[in-house]
Ligand binder design. Structure first.
Ligand code: KG4
Ligand code: ZN
Length: 347
């Protein structure tokens, strides 16, 4: 039997089939970048409508391309939070209808738990580990003791790193999404041309902040008319400080928490400099660094099915609803909430 994964949390429609051992049978992603590009960012209304059109067709293609029949789907896993509510609802309702029709269990997966475990897809996670999720919506460090015992160690107090990339690229008129564009331009730039101060956070060393960095970049753009080389240098200088801060914080938390395994995930984990600098940590203090495979960095449904396989006993009732935002919670609390919802709907 296979576990079907569904993720429609933002601007990628994705479905995947995983084998029982957590290996991927097939993963399909349909990107909406072309729809949002003219607007310079994701337009929620366009995104949800596109999911409604694309999801059934992509699911059909998944079955055809994998040769798997409906009868071979043993479980349905779906992202229910966090994300754009109209987008999440498309995936959640599709999952409910399918689980009901097939008579199989449904798993409601937190999108960030999907990212957190994605470096281990097809393998067994090495607990305990330090998880860094660095994406367009989130930048946070976690201590992961088991699939159910996850503690937030620190996070950004303002923008996520992917958001910083996207906003600065938009300001520079480079296009959307900004991360891959800045990454490419930075490769030919001189990172020592613009010196940015390391972000300082009043709230304490567990936190990150990028608003000062954005302001510093705006000021450079206001003062200087950058030519092609200047643009490349600014991209390289920004990337230097962004990646530098993440590596430094990862080391800080690994030492503080006495963790040797560091698992890096999320869209920004596609970044070439980030991948190189995190790999370079290996050999220092016995660190073991596992970066998500590039196929599973940006939003994908394989990671959602994988997280469900790790949390096997935690099925969700059919009255499941989507939520725009929700913290990662301990299993006991989720179980209590499910029980409460069930007793409320019965009375
Ligand atoms: O994980 P993801 O697909 O969506 C969220 O859950 O947020 O991440 C998308 C983010 C975007 O901000 C995009 O600019 C960034 O990942 N990204 C990159 C690179 N590729 C994608 N950032 C830096 N360098 C890249 N190569
Ligand atoms: Zn994501």
């Amino acid at each position: 039997m296979y576990t079907l994964g569904i993720d429609t949390s933002c601007d990628d429609t994705s479905v995947a089939l995983l084998n029982d051992d957590g290996t991927v049978k097939l993963s399909l992603i349909s990107s909406q970048v072309a729809l949002h590009e003219p607007h310079g960012g994701v337009v929620p209304e366009i995104a949800s409508r596109s999911h409604a059109e694309v999801l059934p067709l992509l699911f059909d293609k998944l079955l055809r391309d994998s040769g798997i029949t409906l009868a071979e789907i043993g479980a349905v896993a779906v992202t229910y939070t966090p994300g754009l509510i109209g987008c999440l609802l498309v995936g959640v309702n599709f999952a409910k209808a399918l689980a009901y029709q097939l008579g199989v269990p449904m798993y409601a997966v937190h999108h960030l738990e999907g990212h957190l475990f994605s470096p281990f897809i097809g393998d067994s996670p090495a607990y305990p580990f330090l998880g860094l999720v660095v994406s367009g919506g989130h930048t946070a460090f976690y201590r992961v003791n088991s699939p159910d015992i996850i503690t937030v160690l620190g996070q950004t107090v303002d923008d996520a790193v992917g958001e910083v990339y996207d906003k600065i690229a938009k300001h520079m008129g480079l296009g959307y999404p900004g991360g891959p564009i800045i990454d490419r331009l930075a490769a030919s730039g001189d990172a020592s041309r613009f010196i940015f101060k390391k972000p300082h956070v009043k709230m304490g060393e567990n936190y990150l902040s990028f608003s000062g960095l954005k302001t510093a970049a705006w000021q450079i753009l206001q003062k200087e008319q950058l030519d092609e080389k200047g643009t490349q240098d600014l991209c390289a200088s920004l990337q230097e400080v962004l990646v530098g801060v993440l590596v430094e914080k990862a080391q800080f938390f690994a030492e503080k928490e006495n963790l040797e395994t560091i698992a890096v995930s999320g869209g920004v984990a596609m970044n070439s400099r980030l991948r190189a600098d995190f790999k370079a940590m290996v050999g220092r203090k016995n660190y073991r660094v596992i970066i998500a495979d590039k196929a599973f960095c940006t939003d994908n449904a394989a990671m959602i099915a994988f997280a469900a396989i790790l949390k096997k006993e935690e099925t969700s009732p059919l009255e499941l609803n989507a939520m725009a935002s929700q913290k990662i919670q301990a299993r006991a609390l989720r179980r209590d909430q499910n029980a409460l919802r069930r007793s409320e709907s019965a009375s």
